[in-house]
Design a protein around this ligand. Structure first.
Ligand SMILES: [Zn+2]
Length: 129
């Protein structure tokens, strides 16, 4: 499922990031740039606007993001981890009828331990839904 339109302005920036991806983290089956690889399953953005998630424990093909929230969370984490604020351009504008996310108090992040903050699963990090 295509979630995002990658603009001509963003494309060179993403190619640059892709070149910096560690060789062992490159996705061979797809033209994709790593958003995040650390705690949890690595997430990738393809150049045709899909989000793929690699199962670290099972030897299975990458799966597509299952929901808009999951796709959005890859972008938000990627913007932070890859230090690429341009990625935020991919995110949707808040709609008039959107409600504040209560799970994260609109911040988009949830603190799960003293020093560990994760992107909010409810809103995908947008702070609204
Ligand atoms: Zn939230």
């Amino acid at each position: 499922m295509k979630w995002f339109d990658i603009s001509d302005e963003l494309l060179p920036k993403l190619r640059q990031l892709q070149e910096q991806d560690p060789p062992e983290k490159r996705m061979e089956s797809e033209d994709a740039v790593m958003m995040f690889a650390g705690l949890g399953d690595p997430m990738y953005l393809t150049f045709d606007g899909r989000v793929l998630i690699v199962d670290m424990l099972e030897d299975v093909p990458p799966r597509e993001a299952a929901s808009f929230q999951e796709a959005v969370s890859a972008i938000i984490i990627g913007a932070k981890k890859r230090k690429c604020p341009e990625l935020f351009d991919l995110l949707p504008m808040r709609g008039e009828n959107a409600a504040d996310c209560n799970e994260c108090d609109k911040s988009g992040w949830q603190r799960i331990a003293e020093t560990i903050t994760i992107v909010c699963e409810n809103c995908g990090g947008l702070g609204w839904k």
